[in-house]
Design a protein around this ligand. Structure first.
Ligand code: MN
Length: 481
């Protein structure tokens, strides 16, 4: 189970009695939060920071504990913030500044100087906020009484996002082949991605998968076929083409297990030793939380696995998608998003069909793929691009809709959505911001999840939605004169 360390702040000026009350209030708070975060993370109460030395010890423990995904801090009394400098410098994990109090209401009739000295988060948390700002430490501030639902919800959200940041730092993307020749937005600085997000991006030849697929036993392929038949409808007579995909997935499974891979890419331009482009194999793996990026897109492979982790425990689907084509009927504009094959099975509205069709690109045999219509509902489309001197996340609110008419001749899975606030501002905004044609769509996450991830990782964020205006478009792309 993931843990969040809870580190309260005080000082020794107020006497033993006060510190005992701080400790017991913190225990009560931690017990309450522990109950509310059950199944998401355990809350571990650490010794109250009264000196710089205690702060350093607490933060070192948090940093050294592999199960600890983040730290919650709160100043019960005034806690002079120079005491926090060296401790905070030890911490490289997501930090939540919980701006709260042990008491909800002011006891107007009873309040005296002792009460005011004991309960002075308004004072101590601002001193602490200053040092976080001064040290330029990315953090999230959650303000309000800790028992209020809104505050509990935010702390749960922090736990989910912190777990995603932890996964980010344990991400290994296996790139089979390189970036698709000549494509710009999928490429970028791999070194910077590892420095910034902890993504290890390692190259292997697709021949590794071809070799493992060739070694897959009949029993292993039979088991994978049984899995497909239990989840999907077999809508093809070309069983051998499907078995070929099952062989690929057996191979990916082994490779992922052996190399502790969390995400992978392939490209239709490098399929040496393969008969087909991986279709169902990739779609089925994505539905299990493995990140995927086609055409060598290592950023979206890593980012999609991070987003799937963030969405863990929430209703809805999350995964990779590519922008394809529009219905530009005036006032009713819609987008159709899909890919050559690799749309995650988690987006399926209906039971997916396994179909085999030619692929007009890549010059290989007809690949088996899952075909389905997409889910509906409110969602986001989010992508991460490399601007040369920094990364940028773009997050657009969208509404996933039912496709207006069947598309019987389109042999791939697809989703359709409406842009916000409207087609013109939504899509122009995405273009101005430099948004990629590969993205993650989620009906589980919302803008606030992505904003928290951006804040905790210190990433530039551009949001597009109902609150975006024509005037905002000017800010999304500012030429450097
Ligand atoms: Mn693509």
């Amino acid at each position: 189970m993931s843990k969040l360390y809870f580190i309260p702040g005080s000082q020794d000026l107020y006497g033993e009695e006060c510190l005992k009350k701080v400790a017991s209030d913190c225990m009560e708070m931690v017990d309450f939060l522990q109950e509310k975060l059950k199944g998401i993370a355990d809350i571990v109460l650490m010794p109250t920071v009264e000196t710089s030395q205690i702060c350093v010890e607490d933060m070192r423990k948090a940093q050294a504990d592999d199960d600890c995904v983040g730290v919650i801090t709160w100043m019960h009394t005034f806690s002079p913030a120079k005491m926090w400098i060296k401790g905070l410098q030890e911490l490289r994990k997501p930090l939540l500044h919980l701006h709260t109090q042990a008491n909800e209401k002011l006891p107007y009739d009873e309040i005296d100087m002792d009460f005011m000295n004991l309960n002075q988060a308004a004072h101590g948390d601002r001193e602490y906020g200053y040092i976080l700002a001064r040290l330029n430490i990315p953090h999230e501030v959650v303000a309000g009484y800790y028992r209020h639902d809104r505050v509990v919800k935010k702390i749960c959200q922090f736990a989910r996002v912190a777990k995603a940041v932890a996964l980010s730092h344990n991400t290994l993307v296996a790139t089979f082949g390189n970036n698709m020749r000549d494509v710009a937005v999928t490429d970028g600085n791999r070194l910077e991605a590892e420095i910034k997000y902890g993504w290890e991006i390692k190259y292997w030849g697709i021949g590794e998968i071809a070799k493992l697929a060739g070694e897959a036993s009949d029993a292993e392929v039979d088991a994978k076929m049984a899995e497909y038949e239990s989840k999907y409808t077999m809508a093809t007579d070309n069983i051998e083409a499907v078995r070929e995909q099952a062989r690929y997935e057996v191979a990916f499974d082994k490779f992922i297990e052996k190399n502790k891979v969390t995400a992978f890419t392939d490209t239709f331009q490098d399929l040496y030793g393969m008969k087909q482009l991986p279709g169902i194999a990739a779609q089925n793996l994505m539905a299990k939380g493995i990140g995927f990026g086609p055409e060598g897109d290592y950023k979206i492979a890593a980012f999609s696995s991070v987003c799937m982790k963030m969405a863990e425990g929430l209703d809805g689907a999350t995964g990779f998608i590519e922008d394809y084509t529009y219905d530009l009927t005036e006032g009713e504009e819609l987008e159709l998003a899909s890919h050559m094959l690799e749309v995650p099975a988690s987006f399926a509205q209906n039971k997916p069909e396994i179909q085999v069709h030619p692929l007009g690109i890549g010059g290989k045999e007809d690949p088996a793929r899952l075909v389905f219509d997409g889910i509906t509902g409110d969602g986001i489309q989010v992508t991460l691009i490399d601007m040369g001197d920094h990364f940028r996340i773009i997050c657009a609110d969208i509404e996933l809709v039912k496709q207006p008419k069947p598309m019987p001749k389109l042999p791939v899975a697809r989703i359709m959505y409406r842009h916000k606030p409207d087609f013109e501002i939504g899509t122009a905004g995405w273009c101005y911001a430099g948004g990629a044609h590969h993205a993650v769509v989620s009906t589980a996450l919302d803008r606030s999840d992505i904003a928290m991830f951006a804040r905790l990782t210190g990433t530039e964020l551009i949001c597009i939605g109902d609150d975006t205006t024509e005037a905002d478009l000017q800010k999304f792309f500012m030429p450097k004169y």
